[in-house]
Unconditional design. Structure first.
Length: 190
């Protein structure tokens, strides 16, 4: 009978399957928001390092490095979840250019948010300071002090600005869907 709630009803199964592909996996949602929180801490701490006095620098640097390495681990988990779970397509009626821009922005964010902590880690090692995660777990150092430290740091700083730009573009996409298109795409990640 059409519309019944019996298990195995094809109509019910297809509607359930459709709902599942309209939202991100719960793990993807949790990791997305954890990355957002970590970024809200790591990026300002990174820029703050240039402004604080030397006695405060060690404290700020400790949190920047430890949270940055945490961000790296969370991004690896997020990439794994992204590759192993279905993701919803663009909302109906989204222009192709907007869908392509969103896809490029997402993958560039993934790449940048994985590379940036690696560059920070390499900078720390090249400056002669091996990373000890939250002052508890020493992280293996591939090399000691290196003259490449300034170059690696410069790339790390430039990539930080790229990440800020990509995040702002991501937020503009959210606002575009929420305020202009007035679709429910934000609900897919909440």
């Amino acid at each position: 009978m059409f519309g019944s709630r019996r298990a195995g009803n094809p109509v019910e199964i297809s509607v359930e399957a459709q709902v599942r592909t309209q939202h991100y996996h719960p793990a993807a949602k949790a990791l997305h928001w954890l990355v957002a929180v970590l970024l809200c801490a790591v990026v300002p701490l990174g820029f703050l390092q240039k402004l604080v006095k030397e006695d405060v620098y060690a404290y700020v640097n400790f949190w920047h490095l430890s949270l940055g390495f945490t961000l790296f681990l969370v991004m690896l988990a997020r990439l794994g979840v992204r590759l192993l779970t279905k993701t919803p397509g663009s909302p109906a009626g989204t222009p192709p250019w907007a869908s392509r821009l969103a896809a490029w922005n997402h993958w560039l964010l993934y790449a940048a948010l994985i590379c940036e902590p690696i560059l920070g880690y390499l900078t720390t090692n090249a400056q002669g300071y091996p990373l000890v995660w939250f002052d508890v777990i020493p992280i293996w150092s591939p090399f000691g002090k290196s003259p490449a430290a300034d170059t690696i740091l410069a790339v790390h700083l430039y990539l930080a600005w790229v990440i800020v730009g990509l995040v702002l573009l991501h937020i503009c996409g959210v606002l575009y869907h929420r305020l202009i298109r007035r679709d429910d795409s934000l609900a897919r990640m909440t």
